[in-house]
Unconditional design. Sequence first.
Length: 156
Amino acid sequence: MADMFSEFEEAATEAVDDITLKELDGHIKELLELRDKYTEAKKAASEINATVEEKENFVLDLLTKIGRSSYDAEGLAKVTKCMQTSYKVPKEIDKKQALFNYIKGKYGGDALMGLVSINSQTLNSWAKSELENPDVKSIPGLDLPTSSEYISIRRK
């Protein structure tokens, strides 16, 4: 398998040697144009989504005003009012502790561990600062981190 990667690296090196700086400039220009196009498309999608949400709320209000929980728009679609309930994760330590104690007491530690999660950005930030301590060589339960290369582009 190591041979496979070395062949790839050699092929990549040969390909790079054939690329001129002018060609690299062209690829960067194309990348910037694609990013601009993507940004415009995201903005347009966001604007359309806002309009969709406004129209959904308008139709919901109409259904409510006419006292209907659903409506069959002939040949188009059936529209049904739905209700979704959601709970926010408590931010205060004492509330988190009360919730965790309740789950652990009623369903056990395994159930609690199945529900507890850490946001990946928070985990990455915490792990990086934890590993800055020279006494900490690894963190139990965490696999070795993965790394990926990327480019940063700052327009001139």
